[in-house]
Design a protein around this ligand. Sequence first.
Ligand code: HEM
Length: 420
Amino acid sequence: MSRTATAGTAADGKMPPGPKGRLLTGNMRDFGRDSLRFIQGMSQAYGDVVRYRIATMWWYQVNHPDGVRRVLQENNHNYPKSNLTRSILTPVLGNGLFTSEGGLWLRQRRLMQPAFHRRRVAAFGGIMTDATLSMLDRWAPMAESGTQVDVSAEMTRLTLQVASESLFHAHAGEEPAVVAAAVKTLVEEVNYRYQVPFYPPQSVPTPRNRKMRSALRTLDRAVYTIIDEHRRRGEGDDLLSLLMETRDADTGEAMNDRQLRDEVITLFIAGHETTASALSWAFFLLSNHPEVEHRLRAELDEVLGPDAGRVPDVEDLPRLKYTGMVIEETMRLYPPAWIFDRQAVADDEVRGYRIPAGATVMISPYVLHRHPDFWDLPDEFDPERFSPESSAGRPRYAYFRSAAAPGSASARRWRWWRRS
Ligand code: HEM
């Protein structure tokens, strides 16, 4: 990677520094070869705001929590989701919560909020523990014979099952399994397109585009069948039923089938891959840190009885404090959503640097979670960082939680919208 900084041009703010890159492709090859190393290297070499080119796109990477606050909170009207994200995700997620903006996003968020009330989510706890217990039953003979388990594949299987049952457990047919298989293909294809940002658009019949279209057709057929059947049968207690019952407070309108499909697929995709990744990395880290595992087991014994005797429920969560810290620290080192982006509508200034209209702004939880000004020995695994004492005073945007968590960026955007 070239370390030559481009010249700064002072207008309202300086142009951020960054590498020169290659003549035609800029830094596309470095990014594609090892994205994490590249974005981390950019932060270390150039600081709070870095500018680099991926072929024809200029990316502005914001690496400081105050800069992130400017983009996601103070001036968030100026930073909708980027064209890049929309072009990759909209064919799959339609206008669900993740991809929508402005009035539609606000209406949908308001409509869906009650389905995610703490009490409602708690009701899904049994689905999670049942799925985990049946996985452990399946593992028991493997443990006895010393057979290796592919933890990442197992966690994906587990979270797909939990997502599927939470969304559709009132549905008896084979469609949920079809949805899960199609979603798996779509997640792989979406991830590939983020790695290769200039992949030909959907209309070009490449083998990957054909595979994606076929998975989308299968998915749509299955989801619409499930929606039809829910409608025929009336009330249920899964997430889809909750979304079907909900009515707009002003107009009394329900969601139409297309919107329901988009929201259900969004929840399915956003919800399972992230959690599978966090769980897999937790296993990896625990296996390398026996002292942390020991303390974790001691807490489980204390709260649930010896040998983790009782199956936990939602009520136990506040008492499983160290367990929570282990999960937070796992997601600090290996954040499931390691990068996301926005696009500037008008010129702005972030940490003294100019962000011109149209710029793609990259925010990386991976980079922020390892910023040495906010994390001592950032590459070390140390759940103690998340004790209340150690967390006090840490800037909010130095750490990203899931969108559902009370302190998350998305929850804050929601609160901000409600106030304004
Ligand atoms: C380890 C778990 C998770 C992590 C780290 C995570 C991370 C994130 C992040 C960083 C965003 C913001 C992206 C952006 O604004 O561009 C986001 C948005 C979102 N996530 Fe998650 N997520 C997790 C789990 C989940 C789960 C379990 C669900 C659903 C059941 C979910 C549903 C969503 C939705 C719907 C949005 C868009 C919210 C909005 O804009 O209103 N996520 N997530």
